[in-house]
Ligand binder design. Structure first.
Ligand SMILES: *Cc1c(COP(=O)(O)O)cnc(C)c1O
Length: 430
Protein backbone atom coordinates (compact mmCIF):
# COMPACT_ATOMS: atom_id res chain seq x y z
CA UNK A 1 0.00 0.00 0.00
CA UNK A 2 1.30 3.42 -0.94
CA UNK A 3 0.26 6.63 0.76
CA UNK A 4 1.06 10.27 0.00
CA UNK A 5 1.43 13.21 2.31
CA UNK A 6 -1.45 15.65 1.89
CA UNK A 7 0.88 18.60 2.49
CA UNK A 8 3.72 17.35 0.30
CA UNK A 9 2.46 14.96 -2.34
CA UNK A 10 6.02 14.07 -3.34
CA UNK A 11 6.43 12.24 -0.03
CA UNK A 12 5.25 8.69 -0.72
CA UNK A 13 5.43 6.00 1.97
CA UNK A 14 4.40 2.39 2.50
CA UNK A 15 1.74 1.35 5.00
CA UNK A 16 4.42 0.22 7.47
CA UNK A 17 6.18 3.56 7.20
CA UNK A 18 2.94 5.49 7.60
CA UNK A 19 2.04 3.51 10.72
CA UNK A 20 5.49 4.04 12.19
CA UNK A 21 5.79 7.71 11.27
CA UNK A 22 2.26 8.80 12.12
CA UNK A 23 2.69 12.15 10.40
CA UNK A 24 4.71 13.13 7.33
CA UNK A 25 6.76 16.21 6.47
CA UNK A 26 5.24 19.52 7.61
CA UNK A 27 2.91 17.51 9.82
CA UNK A 28 1.03 16.34 6.75
CA UNK A 29 -1.42 13.46 6.97
CA UNK A 30 -0.90 10.31 4.94
CA UNK A 31 -3.62 9.34 2.50
CA UNK A 32 -4.01 6.17 0.38
CA UNK A 33 -2.76 6.56 -3.17
CA UNK A 34 -5.22 3.99 -4.41
CA UNK A 35 -8.80 3.88 -3.18
CA UNK A 36 -9.80 0.25 -3.70
CA UNK A 37 -13.32 -0.67 -4.77
CA UNK A 38 -15.35 -3.78 -3.98
CA UNK A 39 -17.40 -5.01 -6.92
CA UNK A 40 -21.07 -4.69 -6.08
CA UNK A 41 -21.54 -8.35 -7.04
CA UNK A 42 -19.07 -9.30 -4.27
CA UNK A 43 -20.65 -7.15 -1.61
CA UNK A 44 -23.25 -9.65 -0.43
CA UNK A 45 -20.60 -12.33 -0.04
CA UNK A 46 -18.43 -9.99 1.99
CA UNK A 47 -21.29 -8.93 4.22
CA UNK A 48 -21.99 -12.60 4.98
CA UNK A 49 -18.48 -13.19 6.34
CA UNK A 50 -17.91 -13.10 10.09
CA UNK A 51 -16.59 -9.90 11.63
CA UNK A 52 -12.94 -10.95 11.97
CA UNK A 53 -12.58 -12.48 8.52
CA UNK A 54 -14.49 -9.67 6.81
CA UNK A 55 -12.41 -7.05 8.64
CA UNK A 56 -9.21 -8.76 7.54
CA UNK A 57 -10.54 -8.81 4.00
CA UNK A 58 -11.44 -5.10 4.05
CA UNK A 59 -8.08 -4.14 5.59
CA UNK A 60 -6.17 -6.24 3.09
CA UNK A 61 -7.86 -4.38 0.24
CA UNK A 62 -6.02 -1.29 1.42
CA UNK A 63 -2.86 -2.81 2.85
CA UNK A 64 -2.26 -5.28 0.04
CA UNK A 65 0.56 -7.81 0.35
CA UNK A 66 2.66 -5.68 2.70
CA UNK A 67 1.29 -7.83 5.52
CA UNK A 68 0.42 -11.40 4.44
CA UNK A 69 -3.28 -12.19 4.78
CA UNK A 70 -2.86 -14.83 7.49
CA UNK A 71 -0.61 -12.51 9.53
CA UNK A 72 -3.12 -9.72 9.13
CA UNK A 73 -5.89 -12.01 10.28
CA UNK A 74 -3.93 -12.75 13.46
CA UNK A 75 -3.44 -9.04 14.05
CA UNK A 76 -7.15 -8.39 13.55
CA UNK A 77 -8.15 -11.29 15.80
CA UNK A 78 -5.95 -9.98 18.62
CA UNK A 79 -7.14 -6.41 18.08
CA UNK A 80 -10.88 -7.06 17.97
CA UNK A 81 -10.79 -9.64 20.74
CA UNK A 82 -13.90 -8.35 22.48
CA UNK A 83 -17.60 -8.59 21.75
CA UNK A 84 -18.39 -7.10 18.37
CA UNK A 85 -20.40 -3.91 17.90
CA UNK A 86 -24.16 -4.19 17.98
CA UNK A 87 -27.16 -2.56 16.37
CA UNK A 88 -29.77 -1.49 18.93
CA UNK A 89 -33.10 -0.75 17.29
CA UNK A 90 -34.97 2.21 18.78
CA UNK A 91 -37.90 2.44 16.42
CA UNK A 92 -38.93 1.66 12.86
CA UNK A 93 -36.36 3.79 11.19
CA UNK A 94 -33.68 4.60 13.75
CA UNK A 95 -31.09 2.53 15.56
CA UNK A 96 -27.91 3.08 17.50
CA UNK A 97 -24.79 1.22 16.47
CA UNK A 98 -23.02 0.50 19.74
CA UNK A 99 -19.26 0.60 19.36
CA UNK A 100 -18.46 0.58 23.05
CA UNK A 101 -18.13 -3.05 24.02
CA UNK A 102 -14.33 -3.03 24.07
CA UNK A 103 -12.01 -2.98 27.10
CA UNK A 104 -12.19 0.80 27.54
CA UNK A 105 -15.85 1.12 26.58
CA UNK A 106 -15.41 3.42 23.58
CA UNK A 107 -15.11 2.95 19.82
CA UNK A 108 -11.48 4.02 20.04
CA UNK A 109 -10.59 0.49 21.19
CA UNK A 110 -10.87 -0.65 17.56
CA UNK A 111 -8.33 1.79 16.17
CA UNK A 112 -5.97 1.87 19.14
CA UNK A 113 -5.74 -1.91 19.46
CA UNK A 114 -5.25 -2.46 15.75
CA UNK A 115 -2.53 0.17 15.74
CA UNK A 116 -0.81 -1.40 18.77
CA UNK A 117 -0.90 -4.89 17.28
CA UNK A 118 0.30 -3.63 13.89
CA UNK A 119 3.20 -1.70 15.43
CA UNK A 120 4.12 -4.71 17.51
CA UNK A 121 4.09 -6.90 14.38
CA UNK A 122 6.22 -4.41 12.43
CA UNK A 123 8.62 -3.89 15.33
CA UNK A 124 9.25 -7.58 15.76
CA UNK A 125 11.22 -7.39 12.56
CA UNK A 126 13.56 -4.63 13.69
CA UNK A 127 13.10 -4.70 17.49
CA UNK A 128 13.23 -0.92 17.74
CA UNK A 129 12.10 0.92 20.86
CA UNK A 130 9.27 3.33 20.27
CA UNK A 131 7.70 6.05 22.37
CA UNK A 132 4.06 6.61 21.62
CA UNK A 133 3.23 10.22 22.43
CA UNK A 134 -0.40 11.15 22.21
CA UNK A 135 -2.87 13.82 23.24
CA UNK A 136 -6.35 12.89 24.37
CA UNK A 137 -9.61 14.62 25.09
CA UNK A 138 -10.64 11.55 27.02
CA UNK A 139 -11.25 8.26 25.32
CA UNK A 140 -8.10 8.04 23.19
CA UNK A 141 -5.95 7.97 26.30
CA UNK A 142 -7.77 5.02 27.77
CA UNK A 143 -7.91 3.09 24.52
CA UNK A 144 -4.25 3.70 23.69
CA UNK A 145 -3.04 3.00 27.23
CA UNK A 146 -4.86 -0.32 27.41
CA UNK A 147 -3.91 -1.28 23.87
CA UNK A 148 -0.17 -0.87 24.57
CA UNK A 149 -0.13 -1.78 28.27
CA UNK A 150 2.79 -4.13 29.08
CA UNK A 151 3.84 -4.33 25.45
CA UNK A 152 7.60 -4.86 25.03
CA UNK A 153 9.68 -2.05 23.57
CA UNK A 154 6.88 0.51 23.70
CA UNK A 155 6.69 3.41 26.12
CA UNK A 156 3.45 5.38 26.06
CA UNK A 157 3.16 9.03 27.10
CA UNK A 158 -0.33 10.51 27.19
CA UNK A 159 -1.19 14.20 27.58
CA UNK A 160 -4.67 15.33 28.57
CA UNK A 161 -6.29 18.62 29.64
CA UNK A 162 -6.49 18.77 33.42
CA UNK A 163 -10.01 18.86 34.81
CA UNK A 164 -11.57 18.56 31.37
CA UNK A 165 -12.09 14.83 31.27
CA UNK A 166 -14.39 12.96 33.63
CA UNK A 167 -12.97 11.57 36.87
CA UNK A 168 -13.83 8.03 35.78
CA UNK A 169 -12.23 8.49 32.37
CA UNK A 170 -9.09 9.63 34.14
CA UNK A 171 -9.13 6.61 36.45
CA UNK A 172 -9.39 4.30 33.49
CA UNK A 173 -5.97 5.15 32.06
CA UNK A 174 -3.99 7.17 34.61
CA UNK A 175 -3.74 4.33 37.10
CA UNK A 176 -1.96 1.71 35.02
CA UNK A 177 1.69 2.66 35.47
CA UNK A 178 4.36 0.35 34.07
CA UNK A 179 5.02 1.43 30.44
CA UNK A 180 2.16 3.97 30.53
CA UNK A 181 2.96 7.52 31.64
CA UNK A 182 0.20 10.12 31.90
CA UNK A 183 0.62 13.89 32.15
CA UNK A 184 -2.20 16.33 32.85
CA UNK A 185 -1.76 19.71 31.16
CA UNK A 186 -3.10 22.98 32.56
CA UNK A 187 -4.84 23.90 29.31
CA UNK A 188 -7.22 22.67 26.62
CA UNK A 189 -7.07 19.61 24.37
CA UNK A 190 -5.77 21.84 21.58
CA UNK A 191 -2.88 22.85 23.88
CA UNK A 192 -2.10 19.17 24.37
CA UNK A 193 -2.24 18.54 20.64
CA UNK A 194 0.05 21.50 20.12
CA UNK A 195 2.64 20.03 22.49
CA UNK A 196 2.53 16.74 20.60
CA UNK A 197 3.08 18.56 17.32
CA UNK A 198 6.04 20.43 18.79
CA UNK A 199 7.58 17.19 19.97
CA UNK A 200 7.22 15.75 16.48
CA UNK A 201 8.88 18.82 15.04
CA UNK A 202 11.80 18.40 17.40
CA UNK A 203 14.42 16.64 15.32
CA UNK A 204 16.36 15.38 18.31
CA UNK A 205 13.34 13.77 19.96
CA UNK A 206 12.11 12.29 16.72
CA UNK A 207 15.46 10.73 15.90
CA UNK A 208 16.41 9.41 19.29
CA UNK A 209 13.11 8.40 20.77
CA UNK A 210 11.35 6.70 17.85
CA UNK A 211 8.40 9.00 18.50
CA UNK A 212 5.05 7.85 17.26
CA UNK A 213 1.65 9.37 17.77
CA UNK A 214 -1.28 7.07 18.37
CA UNK A 215 -3.76 9.83 17.61
CA UNK A 216 -6.35 9.34 14.92
CA UNK A 217 -3.84 10.90 12.53
CA UNK A 218 -2.35 7.40 12.35
CA UNK A 219 -3.71 5.73 9.25
CA UNK A 220 -3.90 2.31 10.96
CA UNK A 221 -6.52 3.62 13.36
CA UNK A 222 -8.67 5.00 10.58
CA UNK A 223 -8.46 1.81 8.50
CA UNK A 224 -9.44 -0.33 11.51
CA UNK A 225 -12.57 1.75 11.92
CA UNK A 226 -13.63 1.19 8.32
CA UNK A 227 -14.37 -2.42 9.33
CA UNK A 228 -17.24 -1.73 11.67
CA UNK A 229 -19.22 0.23 9.10
CA UNK A 230 -19.43 -3.05 7.17
CA UNK A 231 -20.52 -4.78 10.35
CA UNK A 232 -23.31 -2.25 10.91
CA UNK A 233 -24.53 -2.86 7.40
CA UNK A 234 -24.40 -6.62 7.79
CA UNK A 235 -26.54 -6.50 10.93
CA UNK A 236 -29.32 -4.51 9.26
CA UNK A 237 -32.29 -6.27 7.70
CA UNK A 238 -32.01 -5.95 3.91
CA UNK A 239 -34.96 -3.58 3.69
CA UNK A 240 -33.16 -1.10 5.95
CA UNK A 241 -29.98 -1.12 3.91
CA UNK A 242 -31.54 1.10 1.28
CA UNK A 243 -31.12 4.83 1.75
CA UNK A 244 -29.03 4.48 4.86
CA UNK A 245 -27.98 7.66 6.69
CA UNK A 246 -25.27 7.47 9.35
CA UNK A 247 -24.88 10.22 11.91
CA UNK A 248 -21.39 10.44 13.41
CA UNK A 249 -20.50 12.37 16.55
CA UNK A 250 -17.33 14.17 15.48
CA UNK A 251 -14.31 15.55 17.30
CA UNK A 252 -11.16 14.91 15.32
CA UNK A 253 -13.20 13.53 12.41
CA UNK A 254 -11.39 10.19 12.32
CA UNK A 255 -14.59 8.20 12.66
CA UNK A 256 -16.24 10.11 9.84
CA UNK A 257 -13.14 9.65 7.67
CA UNK A 258 -13.42 5.89 8.21
CA UNK A 259 -17.11 5.93 7.29
CA UNK A 260 -16.38 7.81 4.09
CA UNK A 261 -13.63 5.31 3.24
CA UNK A 262 -16.15 2.49 3.75
CA UNK A 263 -18.45 4.25 1.32
CA UNK A 264 -15.61 4.78 -1.15
CA UNK A 265 -14.96 1.02 -1.05
CA UNK A 266 -18.49 0.54 -2.30
CA UNK A 267 -20.57 0.13 0.85
CA UNK A 268 -23.80 1.77 -0.31
CA UNK A 269 -24.31 4.31 2.46
CA UNK A 270 -26.45 7.12 1.14
CA UNK A 271 -25.06 9.91 3.26
CA UNK A 272 -23.40 10.93 6.49
CA UNK A 273 -24.12 13.57 9.07
CA UNK A 274 -21.15 15.25 10.77
CA UNK A 275 -22.45 16.08 14.23
CA UNK A 276 -20.46 18.34 16.55
CA UNK A 277 -21.02 20.03 19.90
CA UNK A 278 -20.48 23.78 20.42
CA UNK A 279 -16.98 23.34 18.96
CA UNK A 280 -18.40 23.91 15.52
CA UNK A 281 -15.48 24.79 13.24
CA UNK A 282 -16.64 22.29 10.61
CA UNK A 283 -20.37 23.11 10.61
CA UNK A 284 -19.49 26.81 10.25
CA UNK A 285 -17.04 25.98 7.48
CA UNK A 286 -19.63 23.94 5.58
CA UNK A 287 -22.05 26.81 5.92
CA UNK A 288 -19.87 29.71 4.81
CA UNK A 289 -16.66 28.10 3.45
CA UNK A 290 -14.53 29.95 5.99
CA UNK A 291 -12.16 27.95 8.17
CA UNK A 292 -12.18 29.93 11.42
CA UNK A 293 -11.46 27.82 14.50
CA UNK A 294 -12.48 29.51 17.73
CA UNK A 295 -11.12 28.89 21.19
CA UNK A 296 -12.13 25.40 22.34
CA UNK A 297 -15.03 25.42 24.78
CA UNK A 298 -15.73 22.72 27.36
CA UNK A 299 -18.94 20.77 26.91
CA UNK A 300 -20.54 17.67 28.40
CA UNK A 301 -19.49 15.73 25.27
CA UNK A 302 -15.85 16.37 26.11
CA UNK A 303 -14.33 13.81 23.72
CA UNK A 304 -15.50 16.17 20.99
CA UNK A 305 -14.12 19.38 22.51
CA UNK A 306 -11.83 20.03 19.56
CA UNK A 307 -11.84 23.15 17.46
CA UNK A 308 -9.03 22.23 15.08
CA UNK A 309 -9.99 18.76 13.91
CA UNK A 310 -6.93 16.89 12.67
CA UNK A 311 -8.59 14.63 10.15
CA UNK A 312 -10.56 17.25 8.25
CA UNK A 313 -8.04 17.39 5.36
CA UNK A 314 -8.63 13.65 4.84
CA UNK A 315 -12.37 14.20 4.66
CA UNK A 316 -11.87 16.86 2.00
CA UNK A 317 -9.46 14.63 0.08
CA UNK A 318 -11.97 11.77 -0.09
CA UNK A 319 -14.61 14.10 -1.49
CA UNK A 320 -12.12 15.49 -3.98
CA UNK A 321 -10.80 12.10 -5.10
CA UNK A 322 -14.27 10.53 -5.41
CA UNK A 323 -15.69 13.68 -6.98
CA UNK A 324 -18.50 13.67 -4.42
CA UNK A 325 -20.18 16.94 -3.64
CA UNK A 326 -19.60 18.30 -0.14
CA UNK A 327 -23.22 19.40 -0.16
CA UNK A 328 -24.19 15.74 0.36
CA UNK A 329 -22.64 15.86 3.80
CA UNK A 330 -25.18 16.68 6.51
CA UNK A 331 -23.89 18.69 9.47
CA UNK A 332 -24.86 20.56 12.58
CA UNK A 333 -23.80 21.55 16.05
CA UNK A 334 -25.70 20.78 19.24
CA UNK A 335 -25.62 22.74 22.52
CA UNK A 336 -25.32 21.13 25.95
CA UNK A 337 -28.93 21.99 26.73
CA UNK A 338 -30.15 20.25 23.59
CA UNK A 339 -27.83 17.33 24.25
CA UNK A 340 -29.38 16.81 27.68
CA UNK A 341 -32.89 16.99 26.22
CA UNK A 342 -32.00 14.28 23.77
CA UNK A 343 -30.47 12.03 26.43
CA UNK A 344 -33.88 12.30 28.14
CA UNK A 345 -35.75 11.64 24.94
CA UNK A 346 -33.67 8.53 24.26
CA UNK A 347 -34.37 7.36 27.79
CA UNK A 348 -38.08 7.72 27.14
CA UNK A 349 -37.51 5.38 24.18
CA UNK A 350 -36.04 2.91 26.64
CA UNK A 351 -32.48 3.64 25.70
CA UNK A 352 -29.85 4.90 28.12
CA UNK A 353 -27.34 6.93 26.16
CA UNK A 354 -24.62 9.50 26.77
CA UNK A 355 -23.83 12.99 25.44
CA UNK A 356 -21.83 12.07 22.29
CA UNK A 357 -24.36 9.67 20.87
CA UNK A 358 -27.21 11.98 21.88
CA UNK A 359 -25.72 14.72 19.66
CA UNK A 360 -25.64 12.38 16.69
CA UNK A 361 -29.18 11.24 17.48
CA UNK A 362 -30.51 14.81 17.64
CA UNK A 363 -29.20 15.69 14.18
CA UNK A 364 -30.25 12.38 12.68
CA UNK A 365 -33.80 12.91 13.89
CA UNK A 366 -33.78 16.40 12.43
CA UNK A 367 -32.47 15.45 9.02
CA UNK A 368 -33.87 12.00 8.30
CA UNK A 369 -36.65 11.91 5.69
CA UNK A 370 -39.43 9.43 5.04
CA UNK A 371 -38.21 6.16 3.51
CA UNK A 372 -34.72 6.71 4.87
CA UNK A 373 -33.18 4.58 7.58
CA UNK A 374 -30.88 6.16 10.14
CA UNK A 375 -28.10 4.94 12.36
CA UNK A 376 -26.36 7.08 14.93
CA UNK A 377 -23.08 5.86 16.34
CA UNK A 378 -22.88 5.01 20.02
CA UNK A 379 -19.27 5.95 20.59
CA UNK A 380 -19.01 5.43 24.36
CA UNK A 381 -20.70 3.46 27.13
CA UNK A 382 -23.05 5.73 29.14
CA UNK A 383 -21.31 4.78 32.38
CA UNK A 384 -18.17 6.56 31.13
CA UNK A 385 -20.18 9.75 31.49
CA UNK A 386 -21.96 8.67 34.64
CA UNK A 387 -21.99 12.09 36.32
CA UNK A 388 -23.92 13.83 33.53
CA UNK A 389 -26.10 10.88 32.67
CA UNK A 390 -27.09 10.32 36.32
CA UNK A 391 -27.87 13.99 36.76
CA UNK A 392 -29.88 14.37 33.56
CA UNK A 393 -31.91 11.20 34.04
CA UNK A 394 -32.05 11.26 37.81
CA UNK A 395 -30.81 7.69 38.02
CA UNK A 396 -27.72 5.96 39.29
CA UNK A 397 -26.00 3.96 36.58
CA UNK A 398 -24.08 0.96 37.78
CA UNK A 399 -20.49 0.72 36.67
CA UNK A 400 -19.44 -2.01 34.26
CA UNK A 401 -16.52 -4.11 35.52
CA UNK A 402 -14.01 -2.25 33.33
CA UNK A 403 -14.67 0.93 35.31
CA UNK A 404 -15.54 -0.52 38.70
CA UNK A 405 -12.19 -2.26 38.91
CA UNK A 406 -10.27 1.02 38.53
CA UNK A 407 -12.49 3.40 40.48
CA UNK A 408 -10.45 3.17 43.68
CA UNK A 409 -6.98 3.02 42.12
CA UNK A 410 -4.54 5.87 42.67
CA UNK A 411 -3.91 8.43 39.94
CA UNK A 412 -0.29 8.37 38.76
CA UNK A 413 -0.30 11.45 36.49
CA UNK A 414 2.24 14.28 36.54
CA UNK A 415 0.88 17.80 36.08
CA UNK A 416 2.56 20.56 34.00
CA UNK A 417 1.77 23.82 32.25
CA UNK A 418 1.46 23.72 28.45
CA UNK A 419 5.14 24.42 27.96
CA UNK A 420 7.13 22.34 25.49
CA UNK A 421 10.40 22.67 27.43
CA UNK A 422 8.78 21.03 30.45
CA UNK A 423 7.46 18.19 28.34
CA UNK A 424 10.77 17.71 26.60
CA UNK A 425 12.53 17.43 29.94
CA UNK A 426 10.16 14.72 31.03
CA UNK A 427 10.64 12.82 27.77
CA UNK A 428 14.42 13.11 27.94
CA UNK A 429 14.64 12.08 31.57
CA UNK A 430 12.86 8.82 31.39
C1 LIG B 1 -13.18 10.37 20.20
C2 LIG B 1 -14.64 10.40 20.41
C3 LIG B 1 -15.50 11.01 19.49
C4 LIG B 1 -14.98 11.75 18.28
O1 LIG B 1 -14.45 10.89 17.32
P1 LIG B 1 -13.45 11.46 16.19
O2 LIG B 1 -13.03 10.26 15.43
O3 LIG B 1 -12.33 12.12 16.90
O4 LIG B 1 -14.25 12.42 15.40
C5 LIG B 1 -16.86 10.92 19.70
N1 LIG B 1 -17.37 10.31 20.80
C6 LIG B 1 -16.57 9.72 21.71
C7 LIG B 1 -17.19 9.07 22.91
C8 LIG B 1 -15.19 9.73 21.55
O5 LIG B 1 -14.42 9.15 22.46
Amino acid sequence: MKLYNLKDTTEIVTFSQAVQLGLGNNQGLFFPKKLPIIKSSDLEKILDMDFIYRSTFVLSMFIGNEIPFDELEKIVRRSFSFSSPKIRTLNQNVSCFELFHGPTLAFKDFGARFMAQTLSYLNKKNSKRVTVLTATSGDTGAAVAHAFYLMDNVKVVILYPKGKISALQEKLFCTLGNNIQTISINGSFDDCQDLVKKAFNDKYLRKNYGLNSANSINISRILAQVCYYFEAFSQLPKKNRQKLIISVPCGNFGNLTAGLLAKSLGLPIKSFIAATNANDTVPRFLLNKKWKPKKTVSTISNAMDISQPNNWPRVEEIFRRKKWSMTSLGFGSVSDIETKKNIKELYSLNYTSEPHAAIAYKLLKEKIRDHEYGIFLGTAHPAKFKTVVDEVLNISLSLPKELASREKSILLSKNINPDFILLKNILLNQ
